[in-house]
Design a protein around this ligand. Structure first.
Ligand SMILES: [Fe+2]
Length: 195
């Protein structure tokens, strides 16, 4: 309970720090989230339009195997205004670094209980949430989650999220999300997308 409360406070503080005007910087435009490559493994399987939970597959009883990641975030414009009605699509590897894509040459078995994609729509406050797994890396790339932002059916940003642990003091980066450990085997993070 204590962990949930403390981590909830941290996430709320992060959210407010992203959304509220900053003293002395109110007139400065936010830097846009950079484009990053779509890569060759954009999902080709049929899928529902909206599904926030990658740890469950419809019609199956078991949950995906791996460390849980609660991926929260917000979409804002360069003036910091929340962008509602944006579709966020994500796709990623499982913890073994394997995609659900016929072109992925990685060895190993795909986890049938992991849904390798997700999609959500932002609400009036621009926020979104996915329940997923910490992705595994694959050579030569670090672990990452691919995403697209769509408005009115058109992709307006394609990019990737990278991760670092909270104890890592390397400088912040527009594409790096900080992992806060919630419980054993469970992490959460907050990622801002600026369009
Ligand atoms: Fe990738």
């Amino acid at each position: 309970m204590k962990n949930i409360t403390v981590s909830g406070i941290i996430l709320a503080a992060l959210f407010l720090s992203f959304c509220l005007p900053q003293p002395g910087f109110a007139s400065e435009a936010l830097r846009k989230t950079p484009f990053d490559h779509e890569g060759p493994y954009y999902p080709v399987t049929s899928r529902e339009d909206i599904d926030y939970d990658l740890t469950r597959v419809r019609g199956r009883d078991a949950s995906a195997k791996g460390e849980i990641l609660h991926l929260s975030g917000v979409v804002v414009n360069t003036a910091g205004k929340p962008q509602e009605n944006s579709i966020i699509e994500i796709w990623q590897t499982d913890p073994q670094g394997r995609y659900d894509h016929p072109g992925d040459p990685s060895p190993g078995k795909r986890d049938p209980d992991f849904q390798y994609w997700g999609a959500v729509r932002t609400g009036p406050d621009g926020t979104f949430y996915f329940k997923t797994l910490i992705p595994g890396g694959y050579q030569p790339r670090p672990a990452h989650i691919h995403f697209k932002v769509l408005r009115d059916g058109k992709a307006i940003l394609t990019s990737q999220i990278y991760f670092k642990k909270a104890a890592d003091s390397s400088p912040p980066d527009l594409q790096t999300a900080v992992l806060q450990q919630k419980t054993a085997g469970e992490y959460e993070t907050f990622f801002r997308i600026v369009i």
